[in-house]
Ligand binder design. Structure first.
Ligand code: GTP
Length: 599
């Protein structure tokens, strides 16, 4: 059989799903949505709430038309899905490693965006063939030639290679299918060699345990084979395996070049890490596929039930979510103010939002989330070195020799006219410029920025000062020393550990001010005035007061900020304000995220 393994990559909203549906439809397969339903049915996967089925790869049969000069030749296409967000960059690179080529989509009206470039480089780094596709050419504002030209200038892909297409009208789809055959190489790899298979995704099924999604690079694997995972040395026996049509098709073997799934009685998704290599114990390969990295959470937040009775329910919900998400971590955390909860680790802010939203919606929990934080590396005066992601545990300055924090390399694409404002924003965020490239009327800025600086309202600010035109992407590069301080927050003269934040010394005062002001707005009025204070090492740096009731003011007053976070929270609130009793004061969720509010 002749195979072509490929993926579609694009900036968010450039039309990936729509074009994929169109390709499926033209090859007689069902649309994306039906496919998911079907997958559920064939698999009898857990249907209970709380387990979301990730989209599986699709296997498609393509017969070349007579017009190609090779009429009747048959091919099998494996279309592998990639997660479309910066939080999941490593997963994208592993999915791409399972392919020989990609369709790189660019919206004809938007042109090249930050994620277009980053994804293109991921594909180039994996030595993949890139088929440039200028999509949405039906739009009135489309400038297909312009978009193709940008691809050539920015990524170095010849403009004349671009296919003009529309997922909406179906234009260009036939040409894309032929290009997949013509331009993307057939998979190489010797089926007689020792087994080497790459795990590019995994899902949890209640009956069969973890299903590994694999690309066989060399050798073959069959039923009852004993397989070995490189990263942890564990052995399992293959119970079932097969390929993907829409849904899972049960088969007997998988060979070099093929994409398929394996069930081997694996109960813990932690054993099925994306990027790991599988081999056979009776015929092992010596070298794993390079570049394996265990999933590493980089953003941390405390999650506490508003009702302490819900602690066990929260633990069960976290365990359920974890079954299907090896990248997410949690461990118990005790806060004096909030009681028992968990410190949870995520791949990024979006991942954190998804998990929190699922906990509330699918498991019906009311939660208080503390402000997101990064991992700090601390060297104490006595030479002890430790890491913490919990601002409450951050030592005072006099006890530390140094603190290091994660840095990111950020790329921003934006129209020329907003460059000044965006550079100023990056400057405020302690960024340092690496390069600036002019591409026609647009600019690519590359900066190095402390990761913590983009956790608080960066994306919203970037969008608002560029009128929505700037796009960004980032990756963590290293740790660097910084003058960081813990700002403690006191409510009614009591320190609230869960409200502590870590911030650069230069910003401690303004941030402390912002937090107490915001908190004094969102904490409902009490019978008496309640002081809210910010302090560093016991020294008060800012103070505000929640005024006492006046007779006629009974309405709770909430601040009117427009951050994405808050919109999400409002959506989740289901008409019920989430509050936590701290001493005699009821503190709402907004107060815990005061640091995130836009000024
Ligand atoms: P993410 O999954 O969020 O990254 O988005 P995506 O890249 O999969 O984009 P999707 O296919 O969801 O399309 C984004 C929006 O563009 C939707 O509103 C689509 O209806 C629209 N769209 C997609 N393709 C076309 C097209 O060819 N022409 C036009 N006019 N609109 C399109």
């Amino acid at each position: 059989m002749k195979f072509r393994n490929f993926s579609i990559i694009a900036h968010v909203d450039h039309g990936k799903s729509t074009l994929a549906d169109r390709i499926l439809e033209s090859l007689g397969a069902m649309g994306e949505r039906d496919k998911r339903e079907q997958t559920l049915d064939t698999l009898e996967l857990e249907r209970e709430r709380g387990i979301t089925i990730k989209s599986t790869p699709v296997r498609l049969n393509y017969t070349r038309p007579d017009s190609s000069g090779h009429g009747g030749e048959e091919y099998v296409f494996n279309l592998i899905d990639t997660p479309g967000h910066v939080d999941f960059g490593y997963e994208v690179s592993r999915s791409l490693a399972a392919c020989e080529g990609v369709l790189l989509l660019v919206d004809a009206s938007q042109g090249v965006e930050a994620q277009t470039i980053v994804n293109a480089y991921l594909a180039i780094d994996s030595n993949l063939t890139i088929i440039p596709v200028v999509n949405k050419i039906d739009l009135p504002a489309a400038d297909p030639e312009g978009a193709a030209q940008e691809l050539e200038e920015i990524v170095g892909i010849p403009a004349e290679d671009a296919i003009f297409a529309s997922g909406k009208t179906g234009a260009g789809v036939a040409e894309i299918l032929e290009a997949i055959v013509e331009r993307i190489p057939a998979p190489s790899g010797d089926p007689e060699a020792p087994l080497k298979a790459l795990i590019f995704d995994s899902i949890y099924d209640a009956y069969q345990g973890v299903l590994l999604f694999v690309r066989v690079l060399e050798g073959r694997v069959g039923l009852k084979d004993k397989i070995n995972l490189f990263s942890n040395g564990k052995n399992f026996e293959v119970d079932r395996l097969g390929t993907f049509s829409p849904g899972l098709i049960v088969g007997k073997t998988l060979e070099a070049g093929e994409v398929g799934w394996i069930a081997a009685g694996i109960r813990d998704i932690q054993d099925a890490q994306v990027g790991d290599t599988i081999t056979r114990t009776d015929f092992p390969t010596l070298e794993p596929f390079p570049g394996f990295k265990p999933a590493q959470p980089v953003v941390f937040s405390g999650l506490f039930p508003t009702d302490t009775e819900d602690y066990r329910k929260l633990r069960e919900a976290l365990e359920r979510l974890k079954l299907n998400d090896a990248a997410f971590s949690f461990e118990p955390e005790t806060s004096e103010a909030l009681g028992f909860g968990f410190r949870c680790g995520f791949l990024g802010l979006l991942h954190a939002e998804i998990v929190q939203e699922r906990l509330e919606r699918e498991f019906d929990l009311d939660l208080i989330a503390t402000a997101p934080a990064v991992i700090y590396r601390i060297t104490m005066n006595d030479g002890e070195v430790f890491q913490t992601q919990n601002p409450a545990q951050f030592p005072t300055r006099d006890r530390m020799e140094k603190v290091e924090e994660p840095y990111i390399r950020m790329s921003v694409m934006l129209p020329e006219e907003h460059v000044g404002a965006v550079m100023q924003l990056l400057q405020e965020r302690r960024g340092s410029m690496v390069t600036m490239n002019y591409i026609g009327k647009r600019v690519e800025l590359i900066y190095q920025v402390p990761f913590a600086e983009i956790l608080y309202d960066f994306h919203d600010r970037l969008k608002s000062i560029s009128r929505g035109y700037a796009s960004m992407d980032y990756e963590i590069i290293d740790y660097r020393e910084g003058d960081l301080r813990k700002v403690d927050i006191y409510v009614n003269n009591e320190i609230v550990d869960a409200l502590a934040v870590v911030v650069h010394e230069d910003k401690a005062y303004s941030l402390g001010r912002k937090i107490v002001d915001k908190m004094s707005e969102v904490i409902p009025r009490q019978m008496w005035a309640v002081p809210v204070q910010a302090a560093i090492g016991g020294k008060i740096i800012a103070r505000a007061t929640v005024k006492a009731y006046r007779k006629d003011v009974l309405a709770k007053c909430y601040g009117g900020d427009i951050s994405r976070k808050k919109k999400l929270l409002n959506k989740q609130k289901k008409g019920k304000a989430r509050m936590k009793q701290i001493g005699t004061v009821e503190v709402p969720q907004e107060a815990f995220l005061a640091v995130l509010s836009t000024e």
